[in-house]
Design a protein around this ligand. Sequence first.
Ligand code: DSN
Length: 401
Amino acid sequence: MNHNFYNFLNLLKIESNKQEKKINLIASENYASLSSIIYSSSCFVNKYTEGYPSNRYYSGCKIFDIFENKAIIESQLLFSSNFSNVQPHSGVQANFAAFQTLLNKNDKILSLDLKSGGHLSHGFKKNFSSLVFKIINYCLDKNNLINNNNIELLIKKEKPKLLIVGYSCYQSNIDWNFLRYISKKNNCYLLSDISHISGFICSGLIKNPINESDIITSTTHKTLRGIKGGIVLSNNKLFFKKINSSIFPGQQGGCISNFIISKYITFKESNNFNFINYNKQILINSKIMLKVFFYRGYVSLNDNTINHMFLIHLKDNFSLKIEKILEKNGILLNKNFFPNDNKNSINPSAVRIGLSAITSRKIKKKEVELISNIICDIIENNNVSYKETINFICKKYPIYK
Ligand code: DSN
């Protein structure tokens, strides 16, 4: 082994130590289960598997066919869907497959704007979505809620071909029944991007919008606790073929075979009581933390959260600084826009907090309250140091036992 290889191992060790020693509150991250990590690096890293089960472009895919079929069936069971494509490399590619299936070039998409909690791939001006399609945005209303009447007005006025529902920092319920009703009435498709809340949906804690949506997309690495990847689901027979051909050969070549086996493990692990209890605990922890912030005088988007995440307004414009000071103390989170606030993206006025990762470490009420108070203390006095306390909590709750 050469010197560079030892350097490489050293870097891996530094990263793994860092993950162990930080309290991770980044809402889009989690710790993939050990089995999903192990299966993601099997001998299938060597195998090209372009195509779909029983219809591949290379020989030698019989064993992989078994695994991909299992992943498909397990994800269909998990989300009560009739169709699933497990090949997207990411959530963005899953979304693009939905666009390719439902839209033609220059068709109109109605989506939540980025500053209100939309996603880059839902039509941000520098993203492919806005280069290929015409984007109209809806925003959160003055109560920081998705406003059904506002969406209805925009659908009637702008006549979009697609409404996107599903957000990166939304804390309240989504009225899928109404959105389905109003979009269908106006010949508009409905895409639900459930990337952040898919774990809650398959645990039955949030309504499954499979019957209200033409297509559902999700990532596999947030509340689902798998490795990075995407999936596309649908109950609409008209779209099954188009979704498949838009993933392959439309936008991807060979799927990442080893990752698909790992996705199968993730779907299997998400389909049991332990996973449901895990998601229930995330919700408990999320509500506890938000309550401490309220007690300490902070403002969030709403007075509650129904999922793993929420925004906290920092009053003054210093979220970039706070993100860095918290990191020095061993706490990771991300600065975020606060809707209806005119701050720039480099230094917006809020932080986003997510509880999925620390709940994977089995952290509960006592430490959640402690961490919340520590964050408030640091925001209020940038010079205090809680490194030792954070280190102690991390040691007590290792990521992988
Ligand atoms: N950018 C991710 C998030 O943080 O929500 C989603 O892709």
